[in-house]
Design a protein around this ligand. Structure first.
Ligand SMILES: [Zn+2]
Length: 368
């Protein structure tokens, strides 16, 4: 009897223990599912908020900026899906890879003319135009007696196609070589090429400030002013305004007003200058010519970029200086945006003759 009772008792206990263990397991599984779901939604939120500040201003949001790998590669493009762009420092090239192997390989050279290496046989050559840039499509094959190209994908040693694209019409110019894996579909490659935006083209330009169109209310490009004859009082300057002034909107007097780079180019200088207070000077290329871009009346303390840093179009570069302070050299809070043709040390805000205005560019007319 005792023995039988004992067995029954153990069976009941086991049954209870089993139910408890089962319930604990179900609970644990439910908890894991719940936690992983809340993790994922947090990740989603994070990826939504880690957008770059320029995304709402850039003309092509979500494009990849190749200058981040090396500022010589002055363009952005939409990458094909499931690839990453990597810099190959040994030969100053960019490799766009999927999980298996490189799909697009980008090199550059500087010169006055298109050129091809003597190490390859040219199977076809077709002059064309990509986004208004002179270009040549090639099909090539490495000569059999030539050693494999070091640090390049293996298919570069086989027969494959590529496009050379000239950056500017000036001599010398940078030329970019976009070669692609024979396994990559021509349509995917074409899509990538068609998405290129060069930091020289009108398409790459970005407004310097949010709601820019509403702000040019006092001093547009070319306006003649002198004390007593100006939309601004008191006026201390005299001459033709060789820039565009962007005013603050109602309520922005005490708020941070962000300023964005209008073009892609190196920051040349950040300094205090008479008439401006804080000023940034950037070297850009706009429609085949080098230009000097002047952002005046800015808060130097807000500028994190250093001289010689490459700034991408639409990148946040500064806050406006406070009114009537050293940041604006005593002026009202506003942005003065000047563009001088050529790489120049001339950062005047006014010129004394109308013909001199020809050396300057009206950004509002350019970005229309
Ligand atoms: Zn001005």
């Amino acid at each position: 009897m005792d023995r039988a009772f004992c067995l029954v008792y153990i069976m009941i206990m086991n049954y209870k223990v089993k139910i408890i263990i089962f319930l604990l397991l179900v609970g644990a599984v439910l908890l894991i599912i719940f936690l992983s779901k809340s993790d994922r939604s947090e990740e989603q939120q994070q990826s939504q908020t880690t957008q770059q500040p320029n995304q709402d201003l850039a003309q092509q949001p979500n494009s990849f900026e190749f200058t981040k790998l090396n500022p010589l590669f002055r363009f952005s493009a939409q990458l094909p899906s499931n690839v990453t762009a990597e810099y190959v420092p040994q030969i100053e090239s960019i490799s766009i890879n999927n999980k298996e192997e490189p799909q697009i390989f980008i090199r550059y050279f500087t010169g006055n003319e298109f050129l091809t290496l003597s190490t390859v046989d040219i199977l076809s050559r077709k002059p064309t135009e990509i986004k208004g840039h002179a270009a040549i499509e090639y099909e090539i094959k490495k000569k059999p007696n030539i050693a494999d190209f070091p640090f390049q994908p293996s298919w570069r040693n086989e027969q494959h196609k590529l496009i050379d694209i000239r950056l500017t019409n000036n001599d010398p110019s940078i030329f970019y070589v976009f070669a692609y894996n024979p396994k990559l579909s021509e349509a995917t490659f074409r899509e990538f090429i068609d998405s290129l935006v060069f930091h020289n083209d009108k398409q790459s330009l970005v407004q310097p400030i949010r709601q820019a169109e509403r702000r040019v209310t006092k001093k547009p490009f070319g306006l003649y002013v002198e004390p007593g004859q100006s939309p601004v009082a008191p006026e201390r300057f005299k001459g033709f305004h060789n820039a565009v002034d962007y005013e603050i909107l109602a309520g922005e007097e005490k708020k941070n007003v962000e300023i964005f780079a209008i073009c892609g180019g190196f920051l040349r200088e950040k300094k205090t200058a008479q008439g401006y207070g804080g000023v940034l000077i950037q070297d850009c290329l706009i429609q085949d010519q080098p230009v000097t871009v002047i952002y005046g009346h800015i808060k130097l303390g807000s500028v994190t970029k250093q001289a010689e840093d490459y700034i991408i179009p639409g990148e946040k570069i500064a806050l406006l200086g406070d009114a009537d302070s050293s940041e604006t050299d005593g002026e009202r809070k506003h942005l003065h945006l000047g563009i001088k043709k050529g790489l120049s040390s001339d950062i005047r805000g006014y010129v004394q003759s109308e013909t001199e205005l020809d050396d300057w560019i009206d950004f509002t007319a350019l970005i229309e």
